[in-house]
Design a protein around this ligand. Structure first.
Ligand code: 5RP
Length: 219
């Protein structure tokens, strides 16, 4: 199977995690696009969605699914999103699609985070995928120096601004043994909007598309 077929497999399995009548938290990326397309077939069963990006909102609306603002809801039963890497504890690197800040905001509203990935995203230690960090422009060089002091190499993502209008750094060369500690540390640095470590907002369930079928990992 191709990587895209494995993504689609995981995405379809996530439909079983959506309660009837729910407003669903919806992430961003190619795996989530499969989820949105599958959700369209069940749109009568849900009230709508809160989305983590303009791209996902547009796709949801295109399928006739109502998109609510994050401020319209107090709690979501479930948030479904992909990841760039996920480890054996449900900690993730996210932000390859530049939507990390809104992803963390919507994840924070949700009781459960259902992560959908192909098997290639499962790692022992996070960090082979460069860690995305959304920053205020003025702080870019200083935040890059702080990562260098930790042994990382921060590269500005060329030609990309987030939906919030901020630049992104991609930090290479980190082997992240303690994702929770690093997330807390980087969150203290002035000018950091969001670090793409999802440790405080880790997955509760990961659905992994594999040649052997969908594997279900509960955290
Ligand atoms: C976007 C993300 C995505 O979930 C992550 O990049 C995975 O994307 P894809 O499903 O296309 O592999 O964090 O900001």
């Amino acid at each position: 199977m191709t990587q895209d077929e494995l993504k689609a497999q995981a995405a379809h399995a996530a439909l079983d995690e959506i309660p009837d009548g729910a407003i669903v938290g919806v992430g961003t990326g190619s795996t989530v696009n499969h989820f949105i397309d599958a959700l369209a077939g069940q749109r009568q069963r849900i009230r709508g969605a809160v989305s983590s990006s303009e791209r996902s909102s547009e796709r949801l609306r295109g399928h006739g699914i109502t998109v609510f603002e994050a401020g319209d809801v107090q709690r979501l039963p479930v948030y479904v999103d992909g990841a760039d890497e996920i480890d054996g504890r449900g900690f993730m690197i996210k932000g390859g699609g530049a939507a990390l800040t809104r992803e963390k905001i919507v994840a924070d509203l949700a009781e459960r985070f259902v992560c959908i990935v192909d098997a290639g995203k499962c790692v022992q230690t996070l960090g082979a995928f460069a860690l995305p960090v959304e920053v205020i422009t003025m702080a870019t060089a200083q935040v890059a120096r702080r990562f260098e002091a930790l042994g990382g190499r921060a590269v500005l993502r060329a030609g990309v601004l987030t939906d919030n209008g901020h630049p992104l750094l991609d930090v290479h060369g980190l082997a992240i043994a303690d994702p929770l500690a690093l997330e807390i540390e980087v969150n203290q640095w002035p000018g950091v909007v969001t670090v793409g470590l999802f440790a405080r907002h880790r997955a509760s369930l990961c659905l992994v598309g594999s040649e052997q079928g969908v594997q279900r990992r509960v955290f």
